[in-house]
Design a protein. Structure first.
Length: 655
């Protein structure tokens, strides 16, 4: 390294060392500096070509002017380095950066050059953006100072509160994404060793309620704290999502529908009762369906009484009355697979599963008759579900399932609901996750209010029923929700670097979470756009075929999603079982085979396998057969006579 680069490195170290580790921007700069140090240590040159040099400069420019010396350090690894030319290029990067290239690009380049990002990340646990205060046993609040990555409402910009204001383009800052949660420290994780870790971040404090659709504004107005507003808003959006007939969009060249899958993870005592009360939002519609069911059943009973009074010959000459279908907005999680699909079919392919205890669905999925996991996975994408009953010669087909799922659970229940095989088959990444910390302090139960919460939400439900009835009247002329070209650009500019970032930090398994989170974000925009129709008179006219998402709704949804991204990665990294290469093959083994397999070391001899089997009370002959099955199942490989290794161990060494 030449003298200029050495001086630059010393200057950079002086700058970084003067920074406080409390600021996420400064922590990110320190992390980038450690990455550059590692690049220099291993002699890696990541900016030799012009394109790489430019991308590296724009990526580091996202950290601000303070990253100047880092750019010089990286550039100095090339034989083409010239300090004056490099400085000119740095100023150009600062001036022309537009947010399309983020610091994640720099980390990706460093990782490809051989830098262990995981080791570096552990040195710099990030503080989540705008976390809620977390209070430990000492009674002191531990507040994070993270910067908002995407906020629909900048409090310093008064024009944001004006509906006609032109929204600013969304530019993900350097510390955007789920990286923060993976590395989160005391601000988001409870430091008490005996307590369940938690993650806490809210979005209601980042959006202006007056910019929400009126129906959602009435929902959030029932709560005071940001976390409670988050919970009722997410619950309302999910419940409405499963009950927006005649609505669709085009995403990934496929027709998609609004329904969402949501899990709110909360410990006991976290005010999950307000989520239960949100079912009142659908009750005005549900009560009308109930009355229709009763009238249809009464008519059926009358027809059957007349039919039964006929003689055998008269009955043969007439058609026996058909019992009417029972219609409801809700579908029971505690049901058989065929019953669930039948309920969807009876209600025009739509339905909502609402459960306050995830164990209800967990137990149903464990039963052979109730294992409707495949149906849930298909329903998420609106794929055709069908089944037949041989005994009754009955065939039911749900052509375009529109199923919404809203569940609350504790951290332990998530692991039971979504075990390793459900993570691997894609069930886990179809859900949005929100982690509710709840309150530790006493809340005054005698707070003055005009009416109970359920009554206030029921009144909001009456407003939604007007919209619901209008959408039903448009069954033959469904509404298509679209994004403007600028919104599409911003949407892609957000998710593209996020996907790249997470691939580098967490590997391929997290890709599916991000892909489907993008779909859920678009669905949420559909929901907001249709809810806006309630504010118009008429809600829609006969000529209306397409609705364009407003800029303020687009921004609001992106603010919500940006928060849920962090909650989701927390659940993925802390609560969901991690899937390994071997998991599927191992899961196919018998219970006793898995017991022996898991008891063996990564490398073992035939003799040690027999000795381990004896301890497990497995006969030698049986152990020999199991060992052969391991090889056939490709979970164990024979190295040489008498020596075996688990395949995951071999591949780890090769990497």
């Amino acid at each position: 390294m030449n003298d200029n680069s050495k001086e630059s490195r010393i200057a950079c170290a002086q700058v970084v060392n003067t920074l406080s580790s409390n600021s996420p921007q400064e922590r990110e700069l320190a992390k980038a500096k450690a990455t550059v140090d590692e690049l220099i240590r291993i002699g890696a040159n990541i900016a030799d070509s012009y394109d790489d040099w430019w991308n590296c400069g724009c990526a580091l420019a996202e950290l601000g002017p303070e990253a100047r010396d880092l750019f010089h350090l990286v550039s100095s690894q090339s034989s083409k380095y010239c300090e004056a030319v490099c400085e000119k290029k740095w100023q150009e990067c600062l001036a022309k950066r537009d947010g399309r290239i983020t610091v994640a690009t720099f980390y990706k380049m460093a990782q490809q050059a051989g830098v262990d990002l995981s080791a570096i990340s552990r040195q710099f646990p990030a503080i989540p953006a705008n976390p809620q205060p977390c209070q430990g046993n000492n009674g002191k609040q531990d507040r994070g100072n993270g910067a908002t990555r995407y906020s629909a409402d900048n409090k310093n910009n008064n024009s944001q509160n004006t509906p006609s204001a032109t929204p600013a383009s969304f530019i993900p800052p350097a510390n955007a994404g789920m990286r923060e949660v993976r590395e989160s420290g005391a601000s988001s994780l409870n430091s008490d060793s005996d307590a369940q870790p938690f993650y806490s971040e809210t979005f209601s404090d980042k959006i202006a309620e007056e910019r929400l659709p009126v129906i959602l504004r009435m929902v959030t107005a029932t709560q005071q704290s940001a976390e409670d507003k988050d919970k009722v808003l997410l619950s309302a959006i999910t419940l409405f999502s499963g009950n927006q007939p005649a609505t669709f969009g085009i995403y990934g060249e496929k027709r998609v529908y609004p329904p969402l899958y949501l899990i709110i993870n909360a410990p006991s005592g976290a005010r999950k009762g307000i989520i239960t009360d949100c079912t009142q939002l659908l009750m005005p519609v549900e009560y009308e369906l109930k009355q229709q069911n009763e009238r249809a059943q009464e008519a059926y009973q009358s027809e059957m009484a007349v039919y039964n009074a006929l003689g055998r010959k008269e009955q043969a000459a007439q058609t026996k009355p058909v019992e009417p279908k029972y219609r409801s907005l809700f579908v029971a999680a505690n049901s058989s697979a065929t019953s669930l699909y039948q309920d969807l079919a009876d209600n025009g392919d739509r339905g909502t599963i609402f459960e306050t205890e995830a164990d209800t669905m967990t137990q149903a999925l464990k039963q052979d008759y109730g294992n409707y996991s495949e149906g849930l996975r298909k329903a998420f994408h609106g794929e055709r579900i069908s089944y037949s009953r041989r005994k009754e010669h009955e065939r039911v087909c749900v052509e375009h399932p529109q199923l919404a799922i809203m569940m609350t659970c504790t951290p332990q229940q998530i692991c039971r609901l979504i075990p390793a095989d459900e993570v691997e088959n894609g069930m886990g990444n179809r859900f949005l996750y929100y982690c509710s910390r709840g309150e530790r302090g006493w809340r005054n139960p005698f707070t003055t209010c005009d009416a109970p919460l359920e009554s206030r939400l029921f009144e909001v439900g009456k407003c939604f029923k007007q919209l619901y009835d209008h959408l039903l009247s448009r069954a033959s002329r469904p509404l298509q929700v679209v994004l403007s070209e600028e919104q599409q650009r911003q949407f892609n500019d957000y998710f593209s670097p996020l996907l790249e970032e997470q691939t580098g930090l967490h590997g391929e398994p997290l890709n599916a979470f991000i892909f489907r989170m993008g779909l859920s974000a678009f669905r949420m925009m559909m929901i907001f756009t249709v809810l806006r129709c309630y504010e118009r008179s008429p809600m829609t006219d006969s000529e209306t075929q397409a609705l364009v998402c407003s800029d303020q709704d687009f921004q609001t949804v992106m603010t919500i999603i940006n928060c849920l991204v962090n909650h989701t990665v927390y659940v993925y990294t802390h609560l969901l079982p991690q899937v390994t290469y071997e998991s599927q093959a191992v899961a196919a083994l018998s219970s006793q085979e898995r017991t022996l397999y898991q008891a063996l070391e990564d490398e073992f001899t035939t003799q040690t396998a027999f000795e381990t089997a004896v301890k497990l009370q497995i006969e030698k002959r049986t152990a020999e057969r199991y060992l052969g099955n391991f090889v056939k199942a490709s979970v164990v490989r024979r190295i040489r006579n008498g020596l075996y290794a688990k395949i995951k161990s071999i591949e780890a060494k090769q990497q």
